[in-house]
Design a binder for this molecule. Structure first.
Ligand SMILES: [Zn+2]
Ligand SMILES: [Zn+2]
Ligand SMILES: [Zn+2]
Length: 346
């Protein structure tokens, strides 16, 4: 009998409408993962060399204020420019380009250089959630901004050179690739079934109860059936919310609670500050009507077996289809079993 826990198979991602390959039989190989010492290094609360710490000078000569909670500024080396002359190039539909305007910002979560979401207090993360909602409205309200992508890269493995707790916000004139794919899938699903794709998916996940990591009154945390990264998760709002600024005050606190608990479990998994890229997918701000878009967050962490053994997207995955060994169900089981008391506090 075809058993998802035994035999190689492929799974369908209904959001991106792409397949992924799963090879559960390979996890039967003996577990070679070396046990590493817990990483107990904590950075100082203030680093005079950090360009994000309060009162420090950034490259370019701007000085940070003596901020007490969050601090937002336009990225000194922004990937996108605000003033770009409109233009298009098209040679035979093969050499195609168009101008792209945008705004890139950096948002510091806390003045304390040593903290991470996992080790911040829920009340302090709630202030960050409020700031995300304000930024979404502020940037999304500009006439030339179609999408506000909020994301955090954490850890040197993800290319984040500065441990100061912060995220980035890139607001763009066009819709980025992944949101475009997901929005099209959500639109077609809702046209066909008369209900939202992720609302339906939450119902199925609750029925099957195999991939849920934890939940609170407003959010569900699960390893999606089609997860590519070993410990990939999604946070999905239980109510059908289109964007973060629609969250009620209690939902914002619940979202802060969700982020703290998830990142704590992550850190506890290999007793190390867990690297990841995470970000939110929500309603575009191009003035269109998107009632079928359902707010969610993706966490894409690279670690596989220990603090240093990571998954690579190479070979077949780069040229063909992404592949994983450990199933989404067993990843969820492992994340579910972890403590929500941070290992550095025990
Ligand atoms: Zn700092
Ligand atoms: Zn929904
Ligand atoms: Zn998404």
């Amino acid at each position: 009998m075809f058993d998802l826990g035994e035999y190689s198979h492929r799974r369908f991602d209904p959001l991106k409408r792409e397949w992924i390959l799963v090879s559960p039989h390979r996890t039967k190989r003996p577990w070679q993962g070396q046990q590493e010492e817990a990483n107990t290094k904590i950075p100082p609360t203030y680093d005079p060399e950090c360009y994000l710490c309060p009162t420090n000078e950034r490259a370019g000569g701007n000085k940070n204020p003596d901020y007490k909670h969050t601090f937002v500024f336009d990225n000194d080396f922004a990937a996108l420019q605000t003033d770009v002359p409109a233009g298009k190039i098209n040679s035979g539909s093969l050499i195609v380009a168009e101008s792209e305007r945008g705004i890139c910002r950096v948002l510091c979560f806390s003045p304390d250089h040593s903290l991470t979401l996992a080790r911040m207090k829920t009340d302090d993360i709630k202030i960050v959630v409020d700031e995300w909602a304000d930024q979404y409205q502020d940037l999304g309200g500009r006439d030339f901004i179609s999408y506000v992508q909020i994301f955090e890269n954490r850890g040197e493995m993800m290319g984040a050179s500065n441990p100061h707790p912060h995220c980035q916000i890139w607001a763009t004139q066009s819709l980025p690739n992944d949101p475009t794919k997901e929005i099209n899938s959500q639109r077609e699903y809702s046209d066909k079934h008369g209900i939202c794709l992720l609302c339906d998916y939450l119902k199925l996940e609750r029925e099957q109860a195999q991939r849920i990591v934890f939940e609170n009154e407003s959010f569900m945390v699960l390893v999606p059936f089609w997860a590519v990264w070993p410990f990939e998760v999604m946070i999905i709002s239980k109510e059908h919310r289109l964007s973060i600024d629609e969250f009620s005050d209690s939902e914002r606190t619940a979202f802060a609670d969700t982020l703290r608990r998830l990142t704590t479990r992550y850190d506890n998994l290999f007793q190390t500050p867990f690297p990841y890229s995470m970000g939110f997918h929500q309603r575009p701000t191009d003035g269109g009507n998107y009632p079928f878009v359902h707010f969610h967050a993706h966490f894409y962490p690279p670690l596989l077996r220990s603090a240093t053994v990571r998954k690579f997207m190479v070979g077949f995955e780069l040229l063909g289809t992404p592949q994983r060994d450990i199933t989404a169900e067993s990843a969820a089981e492992r994340l579910r079993a972890l403590s929500e008391v941070h290992y550095l506090n025990t």
